[in-house]
Design a binder for this molecule. Structure first.
Ligand code: ROI
Length: 165
């Protein structure tokens, strides 16, 4: 089994329900075991223009799916929940990102792991810590706790809401 971390985000059509449905769908993936789910965090949208606040969370999944298979499965879940890829960085019903896949470094047109923005986004790092602890090492050697020290919480708000499992 490989330990993977998946980021979840939604800012349209009842984000809390979107995230809860996504957790249920991910828990049902083949060759996989859902190991931990963070609580939901409310965050200001990063990106152009005005868009609603996001709810973000991170989960830990043990899987024997290959990275490409996992990506395809997550994109199926995004589509099933009405994701439309029209505007780059636009609002979305559901965004699922593979943040880490074991200690793999992958840089292909379809998939970049670790997720390129992982190191700097408070709405990823804080929920990640909930499911991994601060001693998690990223493939390049950075310790999560050290990245958090350099990443202000800012306007990120812990809702304390659970997403199931
Ligand atoms: N902003 C926030 N706060 N949370 C996200 O999950 C998120 N996802 C995105 C962009 C549009 C970059 N902004 C985001 O893809």
């Amino acid at each position: 089994m490989i330990t993977t971390y998946i980021g979840l985000g939604s800012n349209l059509l009842h984000p809390l329900e979107q995230l809860r449905n996504a957790v249920r769908a991910i828990a049902a993936l083949p060759q996989s075991r859902l190991a931990a789910v963070s609580t939901a965090y409310r965050s200001r949208a990063v990106g152009p223009g005005e868009q609603p606040d996001y709810l973000n969370a991170v989960l830990r999944l043990e899987t024997t799916l290959e990275p490409g298979q996992l990506l395809a499965a997550l994109q199926d879940i995004e589509r099933a929940q009405g994701r439309e890829r029209s505007v780059r960085w636009g609002p979305r019903t559901l965004d699922l990102d593979i943040l880490l896949y074991g200690d793999a470094l992958i840089d292909s047109p379809a998939l970049t792991i670790p997720h390129p923005a992982l190191h700097t986004r408070n709405f990823v790092l804080y929920p990640l810590e909930e499911v991994s602890g601060p001693d998690l090492r990223l493939p390049a050697g950075d310790r999560l706790g050290n990245l958090l020290d350099q990443c202000p919480r800012g306007e990120l708000a812990a809702t304390g809401l659970h997403l199931g499992q």
